[in-house]
Write a protein that binds this ligand. Structure first.
Ligand code: GNR
Ligand code: NI
Length: 182
């Protein structure tokens, strides 16, 4: 049981290209467990291994949707999902906007366009192969996480003007946080 440190931009760790997982073993499953703990505590709906300093092609997700769709504050239904060596087999031509955030770009949000349907292939935590069609937030989150495996952050999808705005707000928030702690 351990909470892991989440790397934040501009740490060069986040720009590493993650390498394929060779063996799905107990050591990897221990990392997966720590990644879920770290993600739930953050809280976030996805986490790529490189965000906790392990540049391997592994990510975890849990959309943590409210149990009562009419009540945002109802306790979330836990549906942990593990993706090892994920690949996008195909995607829709249509793209949808979604306001994304990232634990590595804390408290900053911006709209990104991505395909809303993907067909993906991956291994689970037992090394079993899966291929499924994923839609909506699941598809968007998977693409966000898979970007991390290539060293790409959601802010890289923005215009330079918008990206610089987000980075400026992040710098300001960090400065304010720093002066409060001092
Ligand atoms: O917690 C997260 N929320 C989120 C919202 C919209 C699109 C993507 C995400 S993923 C993010 C957690 C994270 O940084 N994963 O890499
Ligand atoms: Ni992210």
């Amino acid at each position: 049981m351990a909470l892991l440190r989440i790397y934040e931009t501009p740490d060069p760790m986040l720009r590493q290209i993650s390498t394929p997982v060779e063996t799905v073993d107990d050591e990897l499953r221990a990392l997966i467990k720590d990644m879920f703990e770290t993600m739930y505590e953050a809280p976030g709906i996805g986490l790529a291994a490189v965000q906790v300093g392990v540049p391997k092609r592994l990510l975890v997700m849990d959309l943590q949707e409210p149990s009562d769709p009419a009540d945002e504050n109802s306790p979330p239904v836990k549906l942990p999902r593990v993706f090892i060596n994920p690949e996008i087999v195909s995607h829709s031509d249509s793209e949808v906007p979604y306001t994304e955030g990232c634990l590595s770009v804390p408290d900053q949000y911006a709209e990104v366009m991505r395909p809303d349907h993907v067909r993906a292939r991956w291994l689970d935590e037992h090394g079993k192969s899966h291929e499924e069609d994923l839609d909506d937030l699941l598809a968007i989150c998977l693409q966000h996480e898979m970007d991390h495996l290539e060293g790409v952050l959601f802010i890289d999808h923005l215009s330079k003007l918008k990206r610089d705005m987000v980075l400026k707000k992040l710098a300001k928030a960090r400065k304010e946080r720093g002066s409060r702690a001092a």
